[in-house]
Design a protein around this ligand. Structure first.
Ligand code: RB5
Length: 144
């Protein structure tokens, strides 16, 4: 079975969680392309959303994870791009529904607001849940 390619990115507020999630992902069937940041020095979240989004748009990654302090900045930045559906999730239910109903292709997390155990649960659910299509496809087409 081919590996699923996940692009990751974070600002300083999400750096620590991103590192933990990369370790977590690598235990399973995922390959990770990490676009930084690589430490806790303050940076601007749009600069780290952009390469993750581009990797997905260009087919170099299947899906993505973005983390900033609250998750809000990364969501706003990523959702500006065509074909991107970035979902800010905080538990298994939001992660599951964002895949089933919204066909989200980026999982966004708040590194300062969400506990690591909950973030790992979001990751597990997000990448194992399929889009349900049907009426939800019609709704997504209307966004596009
Ligand atoms: C950085 O301090 C913080 O503003 C950022 O990580 C994020 O939460 C923005 O939405």
């Amino acid at each position: 079975m081919s590996k699923i390619l996940i692009a990751t990115g974070a600002d300083h507020g999400g750096f620590k969680m991103k590192q933990e999630l990369i370790k977590h992902l690598k235990q399973f069937k995922f390959e990770v392309i990490d676009f930084g940041t690589n430490d806790t020095k303050p940076v601007d979240y749009p600069d780290y959303a952009e390469p993750v989004v581009t990797a997905i748009q260009e087919g170099k990654a299947d899906m993505g994870i973005l983390v900033c302090g609250s998750g809000v900045g990364m969501s706003i930045a990523a959702n500006r791009y065509k074909g991107i559906r970035a979902a800010l999730c905080y538990d298994e239910t939001t992660a599951m529904l964002s895949r089933q109903h919204n066909d989200a292709n980026i999982l966004v997390l708040g590194g300062r607001l969400t506990k690591l155990t909950a973030a790992k649960k979001c990751v597990n659910k997000f990448f194992s849940t399929k889009f349900e299509g049907d009426r939800h496809s019609r709704r997504i087409r209307k966004i596009g």
